[in-house]
Design a protein around this ligand. Structure first.
Ligand code: CA
Length: 325
């Protein structure tokens, strides 16, 4: 263990390895930039870095990088802003004998209570599947270093068959199914299944409010609040529609979930007719995507009206999607 600078006895670099939060390394007085180097004595495998800042004298650090030494060269491994009481950095599986932490910005001399690395078992959660408005599908795993396999034809995704390596274009409706696989242990996640229907690139929300596009931007966390409790959608062309998906607002403190709805269709955007009416029964407790189905129709326009919202607030729309299959 070594440090580029130290306040001296009682505050040396070795204090970060003693397992005691109350003993800490301090850079020399006035030095806000400093480096801590950790030599394991022999190569060590890890995928987590733990750093604890001694915060009893205030949280000081606001920028740092971590590097590993490979064949005599220092290579980037991680970077961050604040550290605070405990910061655990998730890094790809790494084997190295030395790492160093460069503290780049701080309000005072860096004070570090503990520094270490360890190997955590890879987290095998099912992947996230998203598509951009231009049709690019991205599949992402929680943890770096895991493999992803997928299918588009309704078949069960299998490890070793059709590996995902980068976003791909998917312009037609399809069911994307994907799993995450840890090649080291052979363990795989449960299957994530995502219905991707019509692309939304040419869709428009018919209202004079640019924020309304948030209801069709393919992003689950963005939403639009409709002062009129309704949303009129132009699909850009006539399509054979047989349903609509409504994702409620996804937020910690949501508002305006639609409880009772009426769905209308139109060929021209001015004459509207009934398509469906109903209730999203459990939406308050389980605000997942809701599906409205109706007899197939050639339509260009749809209007989703909130007849009642859960909390009485103006209706919000997280995301609307077509159902054509
Ligand atoms: Ca959205």
């Amino acid at each position: 263990m070594s440090a580029s600078s130290s306040r001296g006895a009682g505050y040396t670099a070795s204090q970060v390895l003693d397992g005691n939060y109350d003993s800490y390394w301090a850079a020399a007085a006035g030095q806000t930039r400093a480096t801590l180097e950790l030599d394991f004595g022999k190569p060590k495998s890890f995928n987590r870095i733990l750093i604890q800042e001694y915060v009893n004298l205030g949280q000081r650090l606001s920028a740092f990088t971590v590097e590993k030494e490979v064949e005599g060269k220092w290579l980037p491994l991680a970077q961050g802003t604040t550290i605070g009481y405990t910061r655990i950095l998730r890094v790809p599986d790494t084997r190295a004998q030395k790492i160093r932490v460069n503290f780049l910005e701080a309000k005072g001399e860096p004070l570090i209570a503990e520094l270490g690395v360890y190997a955590a078992p890879a987290l095998i959660f099912p992947p996230k599947i998203t598509r951009s408005t231009t049709g690019l599908v991205s599949i992402t795993a929680e943890d770096p270093g895991l493999e992803i396999y997928y299918s588009l034809d309704g078949s069960v995704p299998l490890a070793g068959k059709n590996r995902y390596d980068k976003p791909f274009l998917l312009e037609k409706p399809a069911t994307v199914q994907a799993i995450v696989v840890d090649a080291k242990t052979g363990k795989s996640s449960t299957i994530r299944r995502q219905e991707l229907d019509l692309m939304k690139g040419n869709w428009k929300v018919l209202v004079n409010d640019s924020k309304a596009q948030a209801a069709i931007d393919e992003l689950a966390h963005t939403y639009w609040t409709s002062p009129s409790n309704a949303l009129e959608l132009d699909l850009g062309e006539k399509v054979a529609l047989q349903g609509l998906r409504y994702l409620p607002m996804q937020a910690r403190y949501p508002s305006g979930f639609i409880a009772d709805y009426a769905l209308e269709g139109s060929f021209d955007g001015s004459n509207w007719f009934h398509l469906a009416k109903g209730e999203f029964a459990n939406i308050q407790n389980n605000p997942i995507e809701q599906v409205i189905r109706f007899a197939p129709q050639q339509l260009r326009y749809v209007r989703l009206k909130a007849l009642r919202t859960v909390d009485g607030n103006a209706a919000t729309f997280g995301e609307l999607s077509a159902v054509t299959r």
